[in-house]
Design a protein around this ligand. Structure first.
Ligand code: EPS
Length: 389
């Protein structure tokens, strides 16, 4: 069983990811893992903070001479910005002048519910952890899981579909394979599969910036190469569709998750929703459509897993929204110094990480190997068995 947690505050010393259950003897690709961290930092619409941070992972445990030990893996992504925040964020005892306390909750953030729940009089005690800076830890752990999955023949990717009111219609990309869409998204500053449309998206983001607004959007995240039968129909918490939805929904600002046709399937008759089953000697059982998004009955069905997610606009925006100061109980209009305008491209990279963690976790439940080479043998045997039926 894979266990995964993160720790760390946005302006604290660093963001940390803990992974337990990764089999031993896996040779890590450090460049790949650091490359994933820098993919998360990119994207048109990020704010000043991304000019400060140059995220890289440092392994603090569980890895020796480039290979996993089978023991808990602790990864650190140090915050360069900490040096500017040390007085406010240091763990040692100290008193802050009252004006350094944050007392103005931002609508749409964890701020207000967080101080009420934990009994704080400084919103910073909430916002430091609710910040999406935490996703650096998710991507570090996700990159490691992705690295393992790649060696098992599973590839994960994503692309942005819409930002604000600008979107790419399915019709426009229907001739492109998932990999082609992904490859093109990697070339695009907004991670869209039609880079010639980059400017439309960028103009939308520029307009939002000028108007003091923030923007959300939608993206697709996919996995190709999973054999049928991972996950299970036998109990609610083993159903892989539910687990993936939870993992993606847990990303900051995600408000909707669809699998395959998703909500659209509810408008169509069954004959236009379900994927008919075919058989040939070469391919075994196969489908000509993938409306189920690769998941039926809480299990993979061998087709690509296709998830779509919706991100709300970032709630820290320059355009003031009405709120109430927690100390004076007086209304105020929030003003901020620094924020992203749009983080949809970054969120799509984070969703890849969450999908990788969830899939590898399900794989390791099916094949609980302590040694990566054994996992690989079991996995390949299983793949042969289900493909040759
Ligand atoms: C975030 C606010 C901004 C973002 C941050 C998420 O940070 P700051 O308050 O330091 O300007 O840049 O995202 C990251 C730091 C990151 O690494 O993604 C928030 O409030 O969620």
């Amino acid at each position: 069983m894979l266990r995964f947690f993160t720790a760390g505050e946005s302006h604290g010393k660093g963001i940390f990811a803990y992974l337990e259950g990764i089999p031993a003897n896996f040779p890590l690709d450090f460049d790949f893992i650091n490359g994933e961290l820098s993919r998360r930092q990119k994207g048109y619409g990020r704010g000043g903070r991304m000019k400060i941070e140059r995220d890289r992972v440092e392994f603090l445990s569980g890895v020796r001479l480039g290979k996993t030990l089978g023991s808990p893996i602790l990864m650190a992504v140090w915050n360069k910005d900490y040096k500017n925040w040390e007085e406010i964020m240091k763990p040692e005892p100290g008193e802050l002048p009252p004006e350094k306390r944050v007392t103005r909750p931002r609508p749409g953030h964890a701020d207000l519910s967080g101080i009420l729940k934990f009994g704080f009089d400084d919103i910073r005690n909430v916002l430091e952890r609710s910040s999406a800076r935490e996703t650096a830890g998710r991507v570090a752990a996700g990159a490691l899981c992705k690295n393992v999955l790649r060696e098992l023949g599973v590839e994960i990717g994503s692309y942005v579909v819409s930002i604000g009111s600008v979107k790419i219609e399915e019709e426009e990309v229907k001739e492109l394979s998932l990999f082609e869409r992904f490859k093109r998204a990697e070339e695009s500053e907004v991670r869209v599969p039609l880079p010639e449309k980059d400017n439309l998206f960028k103009e939308e983001i520029d307009r939002a910036r000028r108007e003091g607004e923030s923007l959300g959007g939608t993206f697709v995240v996919f996995a190709v190469g999973m054999p049928p039968g991972v996950g299970a129909h036998t109990q609610w918490d083993r159903r892989l569709d539910g687990r993936i939805a939870q993992a993606v929904m847990s990303i900051q600002a995600i408000k909707g998750v669809e699998i395959g046709l998703g909500f659209k399937g509810a408008e169509l008759p069954g004959s236009k929703v379900h994927d008919e089953i075919f058989y040939s000697k070469e391919k075994g059982f196969y489908r000509e459509t993938n409306r189920a998004g690769g998941l039926e009955g809480g299990m993979t069905n061998g087709e690509p897993i296709i998830i779509k997610a919706a991100m709300k606009p970032i709630p820290t925006l320059y355009n003031p929204l009405r709120s109430i100061d927690i100390e004076t109980k007086e209304p105020f209009e929030a003003s901020i110094e620094r924020s992203d305008v749009c983080a949809v491209p970054a969120a799509s990279v984070v969703a890849e990480a969450m999908l990788a963690i969830t899939l590898l976790s399900a794989v390791l439940e099916e094949f609980p190997a302590s040694d990566f080479n054994r996992l690989k043998r079991w996995w390949e045997d299983y793949r042969k068995e289900v493909m040759s039926r």
